[in-house]
Design a protein around this ligand. Structure first.
Ligand code: SAM
Length: 409
């Protein structure tokens, strides 16, 4: 039932939604800005923006026609100043919630487009559709333009759709597309159909016509025309299908630069949650690196790249579950600096051990300010001082923010 209300938006929340109080309860209104009076259709804590009665001076026109329906971007309607202040504020408030009053740096905006996208692909009345879901909805928005993605990825979507369409059912699947140095690396997963020899050969010939570097369906590499690789320092890493890569090359380079500046002149560094070595390899240009990750394929890819690279100090890469078996203080103490870049869940167990270590410099990279602040609290309680907290805008127009934090003792 429609419940239209006039609301005063008092701030923008962590997901990019406008926040108002109405009838004694919170209401979150996507696409509304602080200070605006709006009419929204309210259903519980959610409000659908119907009209802006009094627009904020910070309101600007979005740059993408899908903005407002596509769930990929949350805040294209904010001026650059408001956007920068909001992202910085997300980090400051996460730290404040842990009792850490830090002077968060200005938002660093390295620019660049996303080289990896995970699309949904589904069959419905429109045919087979590739796109992103509306926020908090099952409705799929067909994407034919996207200002945050590498144009080569967007341009390939119609042909990729035609290639995999026969495999797509109403249940849908995921299509992960990564722009690598040797072309597009495409992974289709979540499909029910088995690949018959006939389907496989049709996919393989289509992939070569499209000059894809690789096409994989689930764990099955259907065709690899060229090994899909990315370069870090002097090394070329061949990507295991679907493995983690930093979304934007420019952001990754900026973060690596800040990590190197923070660790300074050192002999030995531990890189925890190293993945395929986006930070390990630049660090190895300077110091001996011991690198750990839970993903066996990522570690194998890093080892193979390190073996072939020239001009790097020794890298030892090991598979280890750092949630269950974090490095002990004794193991950590063998290093002049430790870098950790965990998944969104953070590195709670590892931070506890770091807090008891004697390591001089710790650099944390995180895509989740809340878990970073939790882990930072442990480091501070263990005697570390926070030197820098720098938000890096890797996920432009979204509510996500990457952070590099430097701790010293
Ligand atoms: C945010 S990524 C960072 C990877 C790398 N630093 C980079 O920049 O490409 C997080 C990494 O944590 C790894 N990971 C997730 N859970 C883990 C665990 N329990 N133990 C060790 N590594 C884990 C993932 O495999 C992934 O490579």
């Amino acid at each position: 039932m429609s419940d239209e209300r006039e609301l005063l938006i008092t701030r923008v929340g962590a997901q990019g939604d406008g926040f108002a109080e109405s009838e004694g309860a919170p209401v979150f209104v996507p696409f509304a800005l602080a200070g605006e009076r709006v009419i929204a259709d309210v259903d519980g804590e959610r409000g659908r923006l119907l009209r802006v009665l009094q627009p904020s001076a910070e309101r600007i026109a979005p740059i993408c026609r899908h903005f407002g329906t596509c769930g990929g971007c949350a805040v294209q309607h904010m001026s650059s100043d408001a956007y920068r202040a909001w992202k910085r504020g997300l980090v400051a408030s996460a730290f404040a919630a842990r009792g850490l009053d830090v002077d968060v740096d200005e938002l660093v905006e390295p620019g660049g487009k996303r080289r990896r996208a995970v699309f949904s692909i589904e069959r419905d009345d429109r045919g087979v559709v590739i796109g992103f879901h509306e926020a908090q909805s099952h409705v799929l928005v067909a994407i034919d333009e996207c200002p945050v993605l590498e144009p080569k990825i967007v341009a390939a979507l119609p042909a990729l759709n035609a290639l995999v369409a026969p495999l797509i059912s109403k249940r849908g699947a995921r299509l992960t597309v990564t722009l690598t140095n040797s072309g597009l690396d495409v992974l289709l997963d979540g499909i029910e159909r088995r690949l018959t020899p006939d389907i496989r050969s049709r996919l393989a010939s289509g992939a070569s016509t499209l000059q894809l570097a690789r096409l994989a369906v689930g764990n099955d590499v259907v065709v690899e025309t060229l090994p899909p690789f990315l370069s870090f320092a002097t090394a070329d890493v061949v990507l295991p299908p679907g493995c983690f890569v930093q979304a934007v090359a420019e952001a990754e380079i900026e973060m690596a630069r800040r990590i190197l500046t923070a660790v300074g002149k050192v002999k030995t560094v531990a890189d925890l949650f190293c993945g395929i070595g986006a930070f390990t390899l630049p660090l190895a240009a300077r110091a001996k690196v011991l690198a750990f990750d839970g993903n066996q394929l990522a570690i194998e890819a890093l080892r193979a790249a390190a073996k072939k690279a020239t001009g790097l100090k020794p890298i030892t890469a090991r598979v280890r579950d750092l949630f269950r078996e974090p490095l002990s203080p004794l193991e950590l103490n063998e290093h002049d600096a430790v870098v950790f870049d965990p998944p969104r869940a953070g590195a709670e167990a590892q931070a506890q051990r770091l807090a008891r270590s004697k390591v001089k410099t710790v650099v944390a990279v995180s895509c989740n300010p809340a878990t970073l602040a939790r882990d930072a609290r442990q480091l501070v309680d263990g005697g570390y001082k926070i030197e820098f907290v720098t938000p890096v805008d890797q996920f432009v127009y979204s509510a996500h923010v990457e952070v590099v934090a430097v701790f010293r003792r």
